[in-house]
Structures are given as structure tokens and as C-alpha cells.
Write a protein that binds this ligand. Structure first.
Ligand code: ZN
Length: 222
């Protein structure tokens, strides 16, 4: 089985259009996995998901079910969702999953970024069927993918994902915004780092992102 990984957005914090980012780094995080079937698995809904939505509706009309895994709800990881074309088209089902944020529900946060005060179309009026489910650390099946979730060291509740095609196909790790400076801030259980290393031990590749080109300048809370 072949898995294709497409990077529609890799920019941390904020979209940055311009000459320097015309090829890489213009859009905030959105990575899409495909496996040769009609399935698509979307990792994060930064501004890159807008381009993916345009591509999907134009080139993959048979795909009507879209799985989305959010690493967390910091703005750069969800801000593309209101501009995701399938969201406004009947006949699509968009299954959004991610960790529950602190103090409110995942669905509440997604609705708030489309509240009429700040966006003209509320999530409740999306033409697509949208489901929102909160995940716990552990293993689950998403369509035909096997997904392991794990807490990362980052403010709020942030998950990394190990995604495997089927039960024995290729796998990748998606670890974003993780603070590798050591310690166990943000309420993580002791041993969180070892847990990530163990779960990623047999992955075929790991995707990390950073806003910084010089790792020596990376602050502890990038
Ligand atoms: Zn973040």
C-alpha cells in the first residue's frame, strides 16, 4: 500500500504570503494523507486546508467523507476551516476529531471562531454534515487508518499522532508545536517524552514544524 503525504500548509503561527514563502511556508498547517482509495485524512485545518478544499472538489468528486484530526485549537491549526469549500456543500460529511481544550468543548471552540460577530456564516449553517468528537490518548480507528494519539508539551491540550495505513501499512508521525526543552510543563504525566519515542519507534517518517530556521534560537514555547 502506498500512502501519499501532501503538505498544503507548514507555516507556524500565521499565514505569511510573499516572495520568500511562494514555494514553502505561506500557509498555516494542513497535511493530507491519501492511500489510493477515496479516503482522505487531514491533519490540522490551518489556512492550507482552503487550497486542499479547492483541489478536492475539483479533482476528487467521489470523496464525500473527510476525516480531520486536529492537533490542538490554537488559531493557526483551525483558522482555515471557515474557508474549506466542502464545508458549504451538501453531500459531504466532515468528521473532525481532536483533544478537548481546557475549559470548554472542542465543538464550542470551532463554533466560536465562526460566531456571527467574527464570521458571516455560522458553523451550524454549513451545508455539509459536520461531526466533532473529542479524543483521549490511546489508539483508535479512523476510516481505514490506525491512529495513536499522545499528549505533546504545549499550552492547552495538544496531541501528536502516529497514523498507519490499515494495521500494517506505512506509518507517519505528526508532531507539531511540541516543546522539546525538557521538563513536564502543561500538566503532562511524567514520562510523556519516552511515550512519544516508544510510539514513534517504528514509524516510517516523522513530520515536525517550526517557525524558526535556526534551532538554537528556538524559545521554549515555540
Ligand atoms: Zn500551538
Amino acid at each position: 500500500m502506498t500512502v501519499q503525504v501532501t503538505f498544503w500548509g507548514v507555516r507556524g503561527s500565521i499565514a505569511a504570503p510573499g516572495e520568500m514563502t511562494a514555494r514553502y511556508g505561506g500557509n498555516t498547517p494542513c497535511v493530507v494523507l491519501t492511500n489510493g482509495s477515496d479516503e482522505v485524512l487531514v491533519l490540522d485545518a490551518g489556512t492550507g486546508i482552503r487550497l486542499f478544499g479547492e483541489w478536492l472538489t475539483a479533482h476528487r468528486p467521489a470523496t464525500r467523507h473527510i476525516d480531520v484530526l486536529l492537533s490542538h485549537v490554537h488559531w493557526d491549526h483551525i483558522q482555515g476551516l471557515p474557508f474549506f469549500k466542502p464545508l458549504y456543500q451538501e453531500g459531504y460529511h466532515i468528521g473532525i476529531r481532536g483533544p478537548g481544550p481546557e475549559g470548554r468543548s472542542l465543538e464550542e471552540v470551532l463554533r466560536q471562531q465562526m460566531d456571527p460577530v467574527v464570521f458571516p456564516i455560522p458553523l451550524a449553517r454549513a451545508g455539509a454534515e459536520v461531526t466533532v468528537d473529542e479524543l483521549e490518548p490511546g489508539r483508535l480507528t479512523v476510516s481505514s487508518w490506525t491512529v495513536d494519539t499522545m499528549r505533546l508539551q504545549h499550552p492547552g491540550v495538544t496531541f501528536g499522532y502516529r497514523v498507519q495505513a490499515g494495521i500494517d501499512g506505512p506509518s507517519i508521525g505528526y508532531l507539531t508545536d511540541n516543546e522539546l526543552g525538557g521538563g513536564d510543563r502543561h500538566g503532562l504525566a511524567a514520562g510523556w517524552y519516552d511515550d512519544i519515542v516508544r510510539k514513534m519507534a517504528d514509524r516510517k517518517s516523522t513530520r515536525l514544524n517550526s517557525s524558526h530556521t535556526d534551532i538554537s534560537r528556538m524559545p521554549s514555547s515555540a
